[in-house]
Structure formats: C-alpha cells, structure tokens
Design a protein around this ligand. Structure first.
Ligand SMILES: C[S@@+](CC[C@H](N)C(=O)[O-])C[C@H]1O[C@@H](n2cnc3c(N)ncnc32)[C@H](O)[C@@H]1O
Length: 234
C-alpha cells in the first residue's frame, strides 16, 4: 500500500512507466518507501537500517549494510539499474558522488530520482544535521526540516551533465528531481564546481529556474520517454 506515502507512489508511477525490473534505493532507513516500491528486483543500501533486513531479504530483494561509497566500491561493473532513488546522506558532496556512481550503473532508459533538492529555509540547508537542529532551537524557529545542501546538485547536473535531462516533480509528494538520458542544449551558468559549492539558500531562491519545476505527471511522462521509445515501457 502506497496510499500514505506519496514519495513511494511517485516511484511506483515511474517504475510502471518505464517497466522497471531492477530498483536501487540509497538511504533506506525504516524501509517505509523501499517496502512498497514495486519491482521484480530490489536492492537497498544504508549504513544503519532501522528494521530487520534478514527477515526482509529474499532471492530478489537484497540489502547492503554500509555507506553508498562502500556499496559502489564492491559493485560488479555489469550491474545496471532501471530506477534509482538517491536519498542517503544529505550533503551535496555525497549526493553528487552517489549520482556519478549511479550513472555508471544505469542505462539509456533508466530514471534517477533525487530527494531533498528543494530546501525550505536557511536552517534546512545546513549540511550538518545536529548543527541545523541546534540553530533552529537557538533561534526559536520551529520545524525539523533538514535537506542539507543537496540543492546544489541541480546546478551541477545543469552545467556538467548536458547528455542528461531533468525536471523537478511538483505534486502531493515532496519535490524530487527526475533525471533521464536525453541531451540538453543549456549553456553553463557557473564558473566551476567551486562556485556551485559556495551557493547559499538565498542563491537557491534566486535561481529557482535551475530546478525545471513542472507538474509531477509531466515529469514522469518526460522521464519515461526513452523507455517508451525503446518499447520497454508499459
Ligand atoms: C532520509 S533517510 C531515507 C528514507 C527512505 N529513503 C524512505 O523514503 O523511507 C536517509 C538514510 O540515509 C542513510 N545514510 C546516511 N549516510 C549514508 C551513506 N553515506 N550512504 C547511504 N545511506 C546513508 C541514513 O542512515 C538514513 O537511514
């Protein structure tokens, strides 16, 4: 049942649209999303699963206990995923590294989904979780939102990955970025990665257009276009 989990509903809509057979989730936590994503083969990666993975493992569902870096370091180069959900450590440095690793384990019809690309305030972008919460407490600003500086990935994908297209899906679920293989003609907006890394929350607000935010149904339809063209979509 994905009724109360709009993020999982979105993943299942993408999975159905591309005919997903092999799903990877980086950052699984309690497995609330992982458990309800529908795919014939599923792999979850987390250094600290919050459920009994031995009870949940089957011939077609496996778990790697460790960081995403450790997972990719041991992954056979022949392994390829149709749908990947990147929802691990909420820092730009780690998320971008996850993304680059995922690119070598995906194919022309794959879709990559990135969570935490749309921070909600200046506290949510602090990359250190404990510092983010401490600053909220100190200043009396309520909430628990924490996205880290993952938002910078939109700039990195925009400038450094023009063979990929992307859109940020807006709907009932938290905004998430969908990435698929299709060339773009965009020109770089930044002098380099250092300028991308230096961006603040205010820079994020000034450059919202970099997100390519569109209704979720449109983002899913666009991301599934390569699979539809190849005849592998349902
Ligand atoms: C936001 S939670 C994931 C939520 C889950 N995807 C869901 O939808 O229910 C983030 C998870 O990332 C894990 N994590 C932290 N650092 C990680 C790393 N370097 N590699 C992989 N996972 C990591 C944490 O242990 C945590 O369980």
């Amino acid at each position: 049942m994905t009724g109360s989990n709009p993020e999982a509903q979105r993943l299942n809509a993408i999975a159905a649209a591309i005919g997903c057979r092999n799903y990877l989730e980086i950052g699984v936590a309690t497995g609330d999303t992982f458990a309800v994503v529908e795919a014939p083969r599923k792999t979850g990666v987390d250094p600290a699963f919050q459920f009994d993975i031995s009870a949940a493992s089957t011939a077609n569902v496996d778990f790697f206990t460790g960081t995403s870096d450790e997972f990719f370091a041991q992954l056979d180069s022949s392994v390829s995923y149709d749908l990947v959900y990147i929802d691990g450590l909420h820092t730009f440095a780690q998320t971008y590294r996850d993304f680059c690793n995922v690119l070598t384990h995906t194919h022309d019809r794959s879709v990559i989904v990135l969570d935490d690309v749309w921070p909600t305030d200046i506290f949510s972008v602090i990359p250190d979780y404990h510092r983010a919460m401490a600053e909220r407490f100190r200043t009396g600003v309520p909430g628990m939102d924490w996205h880290g500086d993952v938002f910078k990935i939109a700039s990195a994908i925009h400038d450094y990955h023009t063979t990929l297209s992307y859109a940020t899906a807006l709907g009932e679920a938290r905004p998430a970025m969908l990435v698929w293989r299709a060339p773009r003609r965009d020109s770089p907006r930044f002098r380099g990665l250092e300028e991308i890394e230096r961006q603040t929350y205010l820079d994020f607000l000034d450059r919202l257009d970099l997100l390519n935010a569109i209704p979720q149904a449109d983002a899913i339809r666009l991301s599934a276009a390569p699979a539809r063209a190849a005849g592998s979509a349902r």
